[in-house]
Design a protein around this ligand. Structure first.
Ligand code: ADP
Ligand code: MG
Length: 238
């Protein structure tokens, strides 16, 4: 478990400053959701925490330790993207075990972790199947399973449900809530879906053009939006 602290985080791509100085403290065990219009910097912000983007200025600390210069695999994080590519020729079990095998984790320990993750995700019955024999929701669970077996201190999710159909998205929303209740790990979750954010978040971070407009509990944002941007964004139908 770990807290995540961002101070003065700036990132530019060419002439465009995409993150304009982001300060944010995420508590240990908190479920924080980044929302905001397309292109506002949600993915970039998440990727800076993951170590997939270098900062131009500022600092990020995970679990009280500055992660500047640390590679993604040394940060205690696991990230799940919108398009999760499973290995088609491997079984569900092998897909989940693969990263640990590379890390030379002990076989019995791998087995314990894969079975525990499968139980949490209700995919124990599918461990021997290949990805093509799974539904979209089951595949997404395997992708999450690959993150869980790493036992990260922080989960980073970038629009993990946006490739699923509407009904499944709603169902998986509850899976994430349950997952967080069960694992109690810090989760940082990006979505452009306000309802998803309202359902899942302990706190929502509203971003606009590389800046934080407001941070607050879902109901507080809804009832006391800090400005017109937040009011329009949170209040608008999808
Ligand atoms: P969001 O996830 O909120 O939709 P992104 O963080 O993906 O937004 O992108 C923010 C801005 O940064 C966009 O204008 C995007 O085009 C730009 N951007 C993101 N990644 C890169 C990159 N690797 N190179 C150049 N521009 C990028
Ligand atoms: Mg994005």
């Amino acid at each position: 478990m770990a807290d995540v602290r961002l101070s003065g985080v700036k990132k530019r791509f060419g002439a465009t400053e995409v993150l304009k100085g982001v300060d944010l403290d995420i508590a240990d065990g908190e479920f924080v959701v980044f929302v905001g219009p397309s292109g506002c910097g949600k993915s970039t912000l998440l990727r800076t925490i993951a170590g997939l983007e270098e900062l131009d200025a500022g600092e990020i600390a995970i679990g009280g330790r500055s992660v500047t210069g640390l590679s993604p695999s040394d940060r205690g994080i696991a990230m799940v993207f919108q398009s999760y590519a499973l290995y088609p020729h491997m079984s569900v079990y092998q897909n989940m075990a693969f990263g640990l095998t590379l890390a030379k984790t002990d076989k019995a320990e791998i087995d314990r972790r894969v079975r525990a993750a499968a139980a949490v995700l209700n995919i124990t019955d599918y461990l021997d199947r290949k990805p093509k024999a799974l539904s979209g929701g089951q595949r997404q669970r395997v992708a999450i399973g690959r993150a869980i077996v790493r036992e990260p201190q922080v989960f980073l999710f970038d629009e993990p449900l946006s490739n699923l159909d509407a009904a499944l998205r709603v169902r998986m929303r509850y899976e994430f809530a349950r997952l967080h209740a069960e694992l109690k790990t810090t989760m940082v979750y990006v979505t452009h879906d306000q309802v998803e954010a309202m359902t899942l978040a302990d706190r929502i971070v509203v971003l606009s053009a590389g800046r934080i407009e407001q941070v607050g509990a879902p109901l507080d944002l809804y009832e006391y939006p800090a400005n017109l941007f937040v009011a329009e964004f949170i209040g608008s139908p999808k």
